[in-house]
Design a protein around this ligand. Structure first.
Ligand code: ADP
Ligand code: MG
Ligand code: MG
Length: 249
């Protein structure tokens, strides 16, 4: 399980996270919603160990291990997956090689055998069919010339290949039309089970019609100000963030 207590963090000396308390038990999907600029992406970057984010207090553990002491690669090997709001493009790096390298790096640290090119292609094709992804996306440069929807699908493919214990999806729904949204949601729902948990970060309620969360948390001004069930997301959609933020204050 992911357990965060009193987590504070800053960027360039500016405090962004002001004491986050959050527990995501194994097997559960939790949503984080919140106004723009509330610190949602910052939280996901801090959890993934991205450079430039300074943790100034609090703790974050995953399966009892101190996440904040681990290198980003160690976090990935421990089963943490982060899908970025704005996926990077890597011209000159073939998507298949990129995905296989990432997968094998994780398998190595788990003491599992590495996939050769043929084994990987077989697995990737199988997973891509499930995500309605054209096979030529394996041959192209990583995310190069991919539409918004294709980039998101590529992230879900990464997740489906890496089989993380916990997936943090930061606005994976932004820029998706309804069909792509459903495919992405199906990809996440396919992972759901007793050994998988997810933190789904979204600004809008729409995604949560398809990925129905166990819990919904509202992040505002660097703190979780309210938590509830899926109905909380509907209330936010209907009333906006302002009333909930005022209530909490
Ligand atoms: P959200 O994802 O909820 O929209 P962010 O985590 O992206 O919010 O941003 C939270 C706050 O941190 C915002 O006020 C934003 O302007 C600020 N911020 C984000 N990244 C940087 C940065 N690299 N340098 C300075 N301030 C930043
Ligand atoms: Mg934002
Ligand atoms: Mg964001």
């Amino acid at each position: 399980m992911l357990k965060i207590q009193g987590l504070t963090a800053e960027i360039d000396g500016k405090e962004i996270l002001r004491g986050i308390d959050l527990e995501v038990p194994t097997g559960e999907v939790h949503a984080i919603m919140g106004p723009n600029g509330s610190g949602k992406s910052t939280l996901s970057y801090v959890l993934s160990g991205r450079e430039g984010y300074e943790v100034t207090g609090g703790t974050a553990t995953f399966d009892g291990r101190d996440l904040l002491e681990m290198e980003p690669e160690e976090r990935a090997a421990a089963g943490l997956f982060l899908a970025f709001q704005y996926p990077v493009e890597l011209p000159g790096v073939g998507n298949a090689n990129f995905l296989r390298t990432a997968l094998n790096a994780i398998r190595r640290t788990r003491g599992e055998s590495e996939y050769d090119a043929m084994q990987f292609l077989k697995l990737a094709r199988e997973r891509m069919r499930a995500l309605s992804m054209p096979e030529d996306m394996l041959k192209r440069g990583v995310n190069v010339g991919f539409s918004g929807g294709e980039k998101k699908r590529n992230e879900v493919l990464q997740m489906a290949l890496l089989q993380p214990k916990i997936a943090i999806l930061d606005e994976t729904d932004s820029g998706l039309d309804i069909d792509a949204l459903k495919i992405v949601a199906d990809g996440v729902n396919a992972q759901r089970g007793p050994n998988f948990s997810s933190l789904v970060i979204t600004h809008y309620q729409r995604l949560l019609d398809y990925i129905v969360p166990d819990r919904v948390h509202v992040l505002a001004n660097g703190r979780i100000i309210k938590s509830g069930g899926p109905e909380l997301a509907h209330r936010l959609e209907a009333e906006g963030y302002a009333t909930v933020v005022e209530e909490a204050a």
